[in-house]
Write a protein that binds this ligand. Sequence first.
Ligand SMILES: [Zn+2]
Length: 511
Amino acid sequence: MYSIVHTAMIHGIDSCPIEVETDISDGMPVFEMVGYLSSEVREARDRVRTALKNCGYHLPVKRITVNLFPGNIRKSGSGFDVPVAVSLLAAMGQIPQEALEDVFVTGELSLDGSIHGIPGVLPMVLAAKEAGASCVILPADNRKEGALVPDMKVVPVHHIHEIISFLQDGVVPEMESQPQKEVLIRQEAAYDFSEINGQKLLKRACEVAVSGMHNLLMVGPPGAGKTMVARCIPSILPEMTPEEQMELSKIYSVCGKFGERDRLMNVRPFRSPHHTITVAGLVGGGARPMPGEISLAHGGVLFLDELTEFRKSTIEVLRQPLEDRKVQIARNSGTVTYPSDFVLVAAMNPCNCGYFPDMSRCRCTPASISRYMGKLSQPMMDRMDVCVEAPVVGYRELVGKEKNETSEQIRKRVERVHMVQKERFAHTQIAFNSRIPPKEIESYCALGTKEQRFMEQMYEKLELTARSYHKLLRVARTIADMAGSKDIGLIHLQEAVCYRGLNKKFWENCI
Ligand SMILES: [Zn+2]
C-alpha cells in the first residue's frame, strides 16, 4: 500500500513544500524513514509509532518505508510528526487517499496522540496556498495564525482522532469558543511624542533620522529621557503596508512569537536587546537557525541602549546587515536569509559618570573618558548618521504649558518626505536618502558654488573623511526634502553639520 501527504518546512521566513510518502509491503518487518533527515525528524518515527499504538492503531508487521521528498533539502523541525502519522494511516487503509489530494497537514504529535502547535505556521499555510492546496489541517494552538491567510479552509485539530474523522467523514472538529482570557498583547503603540516635554533638538533629530532612514545616536547624561524618546520613534514611521505586515508576521511566526494575535502585526516593532546579548541572539543563528533581534526589529526600530556596554564583537556583526538590509546565516544544511531592515537608534552616556562635558559635575579623568570612548569602534561610529546631544530637561521645559506635537502630526510630515524620495528614486534600487551609493552622491546631492565653498571649509575644519562627507550630504538631502526644497542650501548643510559636530566635540576633544 502506498500513500502520499503534503506538508511544508520552514526555510528562512518562507516555506518549501514537502511530500511524505509511505510504502507498506511484505518483507522483513522494519520501519524506516529516509530523505535527508535531521535527528529531530528521525525521532518522529518513535513518536508516531507510539502515538498510533496508544490510539489503537498498530503498525502492521511488514516493511514500512517513509520517504520525505525532495531528497536534496535537509528536513528539520517538529512539524513532520502529524504528516508522517497521516501518511501511515492512509497506507494502512484507515484514511482514503483521495481525501488527501489537496489537503495540507502539519503539527507535532504527543505520545497520547494529541497535537501540539509548532512555530512557522503562517509561512507554511502561505506555501500550501501557493502549492494549490484547498484545505489545511493544523494544530488548534495555531489556528488563529493559519486563519490569517485568505481563501484557505483551515481545520484546527487537537487530536489525531479528529484528523481521522475529518478525512474519513468530513467531520470538522468543534472548537470550544475560547473564553475571553486576558490576551496580553502589549499596547505596542502606547508611546507618543506628545508626552515628551522639551527636547526640541532631540525630537527634530528623530524626525530627520526617520525621514531619510538614517541611523541615530543620542548622547546624554542619565535621566535625559533617551529611552523614552527612542520608544516613540516607531510611532512616527509611516503606517505599515499589507506586504510589510505579512513579512513581519512571518518573522514572528517562525520564531514562535506570533502569540494569540488574531490579525497580522500592524504596529512597527521596537526591539531593545540588553547589552549582554549574544551574537546569535542579535543577528540570528543557532543550531536550528532562528531570526535574531535585528530581524524582529524589521520595519521598525532596533534600540541599543548603553551602546558602550555592548561587546565590540557584538556590535561589529551589525555592519553587514546594516549594509545589506538582510542577514545570511550559513549552516551545513544550507544558507538561510532573514530580512533585517530597521532604523538603528543607539544611546550612550558621554562618559563613565555620564556628565561630560559638564565639567562642574563630571568626575572622570581625561584618561578614563578616552578609555570609555575607546570602547566604540570607529567603523561603527561611521555608521551613525545623525548624532545628537540629549540634555537633561530644564524645569521650565518640564512644566511648560507649551502644547507638544503628537506623533501623528510628525508622521504625516515623515510620510510626505518618504513620498518625495519614492518619486526621486522611482527607477533605481535606492529606497531612501541614507542609502544613496557614493558614486551617485554627486547627482542626487549636487551643491551650488556657495554651498561647495562651505563644505570645503567644513571638510578641513571637521577633518572629514570621504565616508563622513558623503554621510553629511545624505543627511543634508533629507533636511532639504523636509523643507520641501529641491536644492540643498546652506541652511540644510549647516543643520547636517550640527548632527556631525557632536563627534568632533566628544570624540576628539578628549582623546
Ligand atoms: Zn564623567
